[in-house]
Write a protein of this length. Structure first.
Length: 213
């Protein structure tokens, strides 16, 4: 019987090695990647059952990477493993079709349980945020989850790269678009989000998990 195939994504190699050691006894770890663009490329190349990914990663964050994978017609099970102890993030990833949201400070046994549950077609949420998440779905809590919805995937890519300190020319090279298009996206982003300068843009990107500090 073939083992379930997993792809692991995190920008810290020590985390990837720990995840592989935890999971490889029961599952086939077919790849480990350290940024969002590589996550998309490997997901398209490999036949996967489950992706376990962080949210904050270089070049392209985990949420946007999974959205790109979905747009390509692929539908592996997805578990987000993250430091973001915030139900707003959990709501966003569940709304986009993820099956699990596990906090990194949880016991390793919780991740194993999460993998088992999502393979059975269930959803797993870390207990620490489950009640807050329920309140969000019941409309009892307000938050900025709709703010990022104003931006297209391309705009979110540009914002992340800008927040990482890349120039318009560097972003144009990474995304294979013109520098003028990058500048247009930057202008549009700042208008839509009412951001006045680059410092505010970086602050927004960190606050909403588009980049990590």
């Amino acid at each position: 019987m073939n083992k379930v195939k997993l792809l692991l994504a995190d920008d810290h190699r020590i985390v990837l090695d720990g995840l592989r050691n935890l999971l490889e006894a029961d599952y086939e770890v077919v790849g480990m990647v350290e940024d969002g663009h590589t996550l998309v490329n490997e997901a398209l190349r490999l036949r996967l059952d489950v992706i376990i990914t962080d949210i904050s990663m270089p070049s392209l964050n985990g949420i946007d990477a999974i959205q790109q994978i979905r747009k390509k017609g692929l539908n592996p099970k997805v578990i987000f493993l993250t430091m973001h102890n915030d139900a707003l993030y959990a709501k966003e990833v569940l709304d986009m079709g993820a099956s699990g949201f596990v906090l990194k400070h949880s016991a390793s046994s919780e991740l194993l349980t999460a993998v088992q549950e999502v393979l059975r077609g269930h959803t797993h949420i870390s207990p620490a945020i489950s009640q807050e998440l329920l309140r969000l779905y019941k409309g009892q809590a307000d938050g900025p989850e709709g703010v990022l919805g104003k931006l297209s995937l391309r705009q979110r890519e540009v914002m992340q790269l800008l927040a990482e300190g890349k120039s318009a020319k560097e972003i144009a090279r990474v995304l294979k678009i013109s520098s003028r298009t990058v500048e247009f996206h930057k202008y549009t982003i700042m208008q839509q989000l009412e951001i006045k300068n680059s410092a505010e843009l970086i602050h927004f990107a960190i606050k909403h998990g588009i980049v990590s500090i």
